[in-house]
Structures are given as structure tokens and as C-alpha cells.
Design a protein around this ligand. Structure first.
Ligand code: SAH
Length: 253
């Protein structure tokens, strides 16, 4: 029995499973992490590509039992909640993949961003509108991801390719690490959540004008009109002020 509350929609299209695995571009010695292994459809496809190690995170004991039937010394099944997982605990240069449980997909993505130093590439299935939002980058989450990863929309996947079919169309995206970023993701998250709240308000109402000017921007802009580079400058200027003054509330939620 599949459990709806765990987002169990198994991907049964061979073509889509292959495409996901191909997009990880696995080379020998690569280490992979699969989120939500289910019955192992995608796990098997990943193992075929020749990684040296694959960890699978899964919360459901029934699914774990299925996954343990795959006899492969490279595979390690972990009973772990991906929405609370520290990916860096598994090493660096990881290639992460998952047909994500949609109810916790955003939380899982957040964990991946917090572990950005250890994740080289990720190929992830979301519900399509969430995938599109991440690509557009005009939400706190989209911007958050793009501070650390190049993002690419790979394809839409219709509901009929899953068992049982979800109510929504799905979208597959790829994240590619931008390399080391000297940015504290926790401070960045607080900053982005704050400036993306009440989107219609001009940023002049959210941040001190001196900071906005120092970032080379106008206080009349609305947050969605500022590109990633502008957001980066704004964050760096705010954060530095934050550091200097200690008690300044800029960048805090
Ligand atoms: N990879 C399989 C299954 C995808 S369904 C396939 O593509 O066919 C999503 C899977 O994520 C389910 O097996 C579900 O039990 C698991 N899951 C749900 N919440 C999870 C969480 N918080 N952490 C890890 N796995 C989770």
C-alpha cells in the first residue's frame, strides 16, 4: 500500500528514470545520495551508472525493506528524514537526486542549500509550479538556491508517469554548484525571507536608504525587480552593517 501522506508517487516511466540518472552525469568514484528511495526504481538506474557509493534516505520502513532487497555492496540505505538531514555528514562532492515527496520538497531543498558546500550537483523532481518558481528566482527560496547553484529546468513530467498519478504536473530541475561562496546561508535565509515578504512594498520601506544606495540600488525598487547580483550586493552591505553594529535588525527575521 502506498502512503499518500509520505508523497509516495512512484516513477514508473523507464524513459524518465533514465533521463534523471543521465542528468547526474555520474563518473566512477562519484558518490550519490538519493532522497526518498521508495521501491528503488531510481536507485537501480543510478547504480547502473557506476558510482562508487550510493546512500538512499528513506523514512518509511516498508520502503526500506524493499530497498534492502537490492543486493549491491555500494548501496547503503539510511533511515533518515531528508528534511532534517545534514548532507555534509556523508562527505563532499555529492551528487544528489530525488523524486521528492512534494509535501516536504521545499524543506528538503532548503537542507540541500544549507549543505551547499558538499553538493556538487542535484537533479530533483518537484511539483511543476514549485520547480518554475525556483528557476524564476523571484521568491526567497528561488533566490536562496541561486546564490549557490546554477539552476536549469530540464522537463515537465505528466502525472500519468507515476503510480499513483499525483494531482499535479511535475517538473525536473538541475542544480549545479557555483563553487565556494563566502556567504552564511543562515543569515542569507533570514535576509531573503525578510525582503521578499510583502513583495509589493518598495525596498525603501524594508531597509535603510543608506544601505540600498551603497548597494547601488534605488529605494523605489520592489524586490522582484532586483536581479541576483543586486540582491547579493544588498545582502553583503546589510550583513556588514549588521556585523558592525551588532544590534542592527537588518537581515534578521
Ligand atoms: N524514488 C522512488 C520513490 C519516490 S516517492 C521513485 O521515484 O519511484 C517519494 C519517496 O520519499 C517515498 O518513498 C517516501 O516514503 C519518501 N519520503 C517521504 N518523506 C520523506 C522524508 N522526509 N525523507 C526521506 N524520504 C521521504
Amino acid at each position: 500500500m502506498l502512503k499518500k501522506h509520505l508523497g509516495q508517487h512512484l516513477l514508473v516511466s523507464k524513459g524518465v528514470l533514465e533521463k534523471i540518472a543521465d542528468q547526474l552525469e555520474i563518473e566512477k568514484e562519484d558518490k550519490g545520495v538519493e532522497i526518498g528511495g521508495g521501491t528503488g526504481n531510481l536507485t537501480r538506474e543510478i547504480l547502473k551508472r557506476g558510482p562508487s557509493k550510493v546512500w538512499v534516505l528513506e523514512v518509511d520502513k516498508d520502503m526500506i525493506r524493499e530497498l534492502l532487497k537490492i543486493e549491491d555492496p555500494r548501496l547503503e540505505v539510511l533511515e533518515a528524514d531528508a528534511s532534517e538531514f545534514d548532507f555534509c555528514s556523508l562527505g563532499e562532492g555529492l551528487k544528489v537526486v530525488g523524486n521528492l515527496p512534494y509535501n516536504v520538497a521545499s524543506l528538503i531543498l532548503e537542507r540541500i542549500v544549507f549543505s551547499h558546500r558538499c553538493v556538487r550537483r542535484a537533479v530533483l523532481m518537484f511539483q511543476k509550479e514549485v520547480a518554475e518558481k525556483i528557476i524564476k528566482g523571484d521568491s526567497w527560496m528561488g533566490a536562496f538556491v541561486q546564490f549557490f547553484f546554477e539552476v536549469k529546468y530540464l522537463m515537465s513530467v505528466p502525472a500519468r508517469f507515476f503510480i499513483p498519478p499525483p494531482k499535479v504536473v511535475s517538473g525536473l530541475i538541475r542544480l549545479e554548484s557555483k563553487g565556494t561562496q563566502n556567504i552564511d546561508p543562515y543569515a542569507l535565509k533570514r535576509f531573503l525571507v525578510r525582503i521578499f515578504s510583502q513583495r509589493k512594498k518598495k525596498i525603501g520601506k524594508k531597509l535603510p536608504e543608506s544601505i540600498i544606495r551603497r548597494a547601488g540600488l534605488s529605494p523605489d525598487l520592489r524586490v522582484h525587480e532586483i536581479d541576483l547580483e543586486g540582491l547579493r550586493k544588498l545582502f553583503l552591505v546589510s550583513y556588514r552593517v549588521d556585523d558592525d553594529r551588532g544590534d542592527n535588525n537588518v537581515g534578521q527575521s
